[in-house]
Ligand binder design. Structure first.
Ligand SMILES: CC(C)(COP(=O)(O)OP(=O)(O)OC[C@H]1O[C@@H](n2cnc3c(N)ncnc32)[C@H](O)[C@@H]1OP(=O)(O)O)[C@@H](O)C(=O)NCCC(=O)NCCS
Length: 190
């Protein structure tokens, strides 16, 4: 109101609404694997968990072709985005999505997850910006992903990127066949 001082938000509130910081990881570290596995476990329904997550991320984070981005709140890991080459994804997923075509100039977002308490603070957008920069260094401007429909992720990607291809798969194995997914190929808007 005019003439009134704005109330100062309490410290706890200021911290909650502050910026989360996204950063690409370049050196392998077992702590990052542990954080990744915990965030993954706490981000999805219990019966979607995959048993070999630790082994998968231990191996995958050592592969320098892959891009791993960590999201932090005051130094604590609260989310991550993991991307692999589109062609590597095609090999992993050939039994689940036979319509993917090879593309040596694209990266596939294999997973993105943020702990529930840290969502809706632009963490996904922050990580996507860092991914854009990491891929730019590699001469890549195209991504692919299977985006969840139920939590609006597919819609958010459609609203923010230039869509090249999109098609729906009605029941996706990695969501325990309980939800649809949208397969998307997209580029960043200039
Ligand atoms: C998907 C996920 C990472 C998004 O995280 P987030 O913290 O909401 O990300 P952001 O805050 O950057 O939100 C991105 C956009 O989505 C919007 N949004 C996110 N969830 C929303 C919801 N439930 N309803 C309405 N809008 C929503 C935000 O407002 C924002 O849009 P804006 O930039 O126009 O404001 C998070 O929901 C998550 O970890 N989910 C569980 C794991 C998962 O499903 N991963 C995807 C597998 S394909």
């Amino acid at each position: 109101m005019p003439g009134q001082h704005r109330a100062v938000a309490p410290e706890s509130l200021r911290r909650r609404s502050g910026m989360l910081k996204a950063e690409a990881t370049h050196d392998f570290d077992e702590g990052i694997v542990r954080d990744t596995v915990v965030i993954n476990r706490d981000s999805y329904p219990e019966d979607w968990a995959y048993s070999d997550a630790e082994a998968y991320y231990t191996q995958s984070l050592k592969n320098r072709d892959n891009v791993h981005i960590v999201l932090r709140d005051n130094g604590k890991s609260v989310g991550y985005l993991f991307a692999i080459t589109h062609n590597a994804a095609m090999i992993e997923l050939k039994a689940d999505d036979q319509l993917m075509k090879p593309d040596a100039r694209a990266y596939y977002i294999e997973n993105v997850a943020i702990l529930p308490a840290f969502r809706r603070r632009k963490g996904f957008s922050e990580m996507l910006q860092v991914l854009r920069e990491e891929l730019r260094k590699r001469g890549i401007s195209k991504i692919s992903l299977h985006a969840r429909v139920s939590n609006r992720l597919s819609e958010v990607v459609q609203e923010n990127m230039k869509i090249i291809e999109i098609r729906r798969i009605s029941a996706w194995r990695y969501y325990n066949y309980q939800e649809p997914t949208d397969y998307i190929e997209a580029e960043w808007c200039p």
